[in-house]
Ligand binder design. Sequence first.
Ligand code: C5P
Length: 224
Amino acid sequence: MDKTFVALDGMNRQEVFDLLSAYPQIKNVKVGLELFLRYGREFVKELSQKYQVQIFLDLKLHDIPTTVAKACKTLDGLNIRFLTVHATGGAKMLELAKESISKTVANCEILAVTILTSHNNSDIKGIWGRTHKEALINLLNEVAASGVRGIVCSGADLDIVKSFEEKASLSFTKVCPGIRPGSDHDDQVRVMTPQAAMDAGADFLVVGRPITRNPEVLRQNLFP
Ligand code: C5P
């Protein structure tokens, strides 16, 4: 399971350790706000010391550029593969986040979160006052201008992302949440199956509740 980041949401520290001990096929994990706010950076350190896992720190930072850059600096000493910031923070914020993390954590890539997979078309119209496609392209323009080359997007957005990449002659690392192998979507709206998202061009998937609710599903090899 090299391409799937398991979102460790809704779990406490011990539950996370139990999961990773019981299922060594989990090679990539996503630590989100819940775990980070509860246990802090020491937990992230402990995870990388105890388990052979790549860590995606999903903090979704969004503030003025200097504040975000300084927040990135506090991650000094952590072994993290990806860190998220919101694309809506704009090109300058993204650029400073990238610059700051490159000086702070070796091999950590900034991912710009585009449109949340929980947003439907009417949410998008309400928030951005434009269509889903227009909102997404505006965000991709900000990311492209910043020099950041990783994004988080719905698998359902990959066709728009790919045509943007072709026009702009660039390539993003594309990480897709909102992955559902079955019919239970929870609060996610724009969902895709793991296979469909990979076929559409995702580089990595983020899967939370479909795995953490019932880890035995891992034995079915549904996730890449
Ligand atoms: O449980 P589920 O598979 O829905 O978890 C998806 C994870 O991906 C959550 O941790 C959520 O914060 C994150 N995420 C998302 N949509 C985005 C960015 C991140 O669902 N656009």
